[in-house]
Design a protein around this ligand. Structure first.
Ligand SMILES: *[C@@H]1O[C@H](CO)[C@@H](O)[C@H](O)[C@H]1NC(C)=O
Ligand SMILES: *[C@@H]1O[C@H](CO)[C@@H](O)[C@H](O)[C@H]1NC(C)=O
Ligand SMILES: *[C@@H]1O[C@H](CO)[C@@H](O)[C@H](O)[C@H]1NC(C)=O
Ligand SMILES: *[C@@H]1O[C@H](CO)[C@@H](O)[C@H](O)[C@H]1NC(C)=O
Ligand SMILES: *[C@@H]1O[C@H](CO)[C@@H](O)[C@H](O)[C@H]1NC(C)=O
Ligand SMILES: *[C@@H]1O[C@H](CO)[C@@H](O)[C@H](O)[C@H]1NC(C)=O
Length: 311
């Protein structure tokens, strides 16, 4: 198929039912690491399995003792200030963050991940009086409570200027170079799907994810726990489940009603592309440049949309 310089018209139909067709899963009974499994699925299907709901889970529940699904710990990039702001400015020391801990302290102006239960002195921010150095060792959570009760919050360091102010107050208190908590913490449950889906469905076994070995960044379904999920080391060799998104791509320009007729006759219905999520999925399929039979649609608006995609 001459796909490289093609314009593809994806036609978008009305929806009548909300969830008609599930993803199709393919169980691969061959032990691979998570990354190898991902490569296999991306080459041969759409991606490592994404799970949207309990129906999907019941499908996945029938396979081997442990199987990889497409969930992986997000890069340690989601950090937030105690005040609620996302951390955009970053001032990590070399090699940090290393993804082991969920709180951050400052030392000599630079940030390090620290175990939230460690006791360090800390810096509060007071909306009226500015920064306050509290020279009492507390764990991160207690330091946060202290600041919130007695001042405003643990300090945010949102730019170089604020960083300099923090360093200055430490210097004034003869504490340059010591460990001090700042209001930075890693957003929990930051996991991402291999196919970039935004599915928030989770089915963790009790006590999981526990990152027991420190580097458990990939997720497997555990048959010994009724198919619930555990975090495990990504280099373990497990069988895995790929998913295949079934979409109709029509490589000709047609009017919507022609296309609808065509699809109803030849397939079942047209694909709807209402969300970025769907658009991404469509592009995943289009990239693989095959015409798929089947159906996947989602319902929201009733507009007669057209999406033109360039390969
Ligand atoms: C895709 O599937 C074929 C046949 O099972 C296999 O030989 C190939 O290695 C797979 N691709 C990848 C990237 O693993
Ligand atoms: C922090 O301090 C508390 C109370 O002083 C103590 O019980 C706890 O063990 C300390 N934590 C660590 C990690 O040292
Ligand atoms: C507020 O400060 C007082 C006096 O320093 C202290 O006793 C109290 O524990 C602080 N509040 C919290 C929640 O830590
Ligand atoms: C840094 O912050 C201080 C206090 O808010 C302010 O007076 C000063 O102008 C700021 N400096 C720069 C370079 O933004
Ligand atoms: C810092 O150290 C100097 C010199 O030892 C001392 O004079 C000053 O009082 C100390 N400042 C604080 C806040 O402890
Ligand atoms: C820290 O230094 C400031 C002066 O910059 C002083 O007002 C404050 O009392 C000191 N805090 C502590 C805990 O020593």
């Amino acid at each position: 198929m001459d796909q490289t310089l093609y314009f593809i018209l994806l036609l978008i139909a009305l929806c009548s039912v909300s969830e008609c067709v599930q993803r199709q899963y393919h169980f691969i009974n061959d032990g691979k690491t998570w990354t190898e499994a991902q490569r296999y699925c991306r080459e041969n299907y759409t991606d490592l399995a994404t799970v949207d709901n309990m129906n999907d889970m019941n499908e996945l529940n029938k396979y081997a003792a442990r199987v990889w699904i497409g969930l992986q710990r997000a890069s340690c990039d989601k950090w937030q200030w105690s005040s609620g702001e996302h951390a955009l400015y970053r001032n990590w020391a070399t090699g940090q963050p290393d993804c082991n801990d969920e709180c951050a302290f400052m030392r000599s102006g630079q940030w390090h991940e620290g175990q939230c239960s460690d006791n360090w002195s800390f810096i509060c921010y007071n909306a009226n009086t500015g920064l306050i150095f509290v020279n009492q060792a507390m764990n991160w959570g207690d330091a946060q409570s202290y600041c919130r009760q007695n001042h405003t919050d643990l300090v945010s360091v949102r730019n170089q200027n604020e960083s300099q102010q923090v360093e200055k107050i430490l210097k004034d208190n003869n504490s340059s170079g010591s460990h001090v908590w700042i209001g930075l913490f890693r957003v929990r449950d930051s996991w991402q799907w291999s196919d970039q889906s935004d599915s928030s469905f989770r089915y963790w076994e009790t006590g999981e994810p526990n990152n027991a070995k420190g580097d458990e960044n990939c997720v497997a379904v555990n048959q010994n726990a009724q198919g619930k999920w555990i975090d495990v080391l990504c280099n373990r060799l497990y069988s895995f489940v790929c998913h295949e998104d079934k979409l109709i791509v029509i490589r000709e320009s047609r009017t919507w009603s022609e296309a609808l007729r065509y699809c109803r006759q030849n397939h079942v219905d047209l694909v709807s592309v209402h969300s970025e999520e769907m658009q991404r999925r469509v592009m995943n399929v289009v990239k693989r440049a095959e015409v798929w039979l089947g159906l996947r649609h989602s319902c929201s608006d009733k507009k007669d949309n057209k999406l033109t995609a360039e390969l």
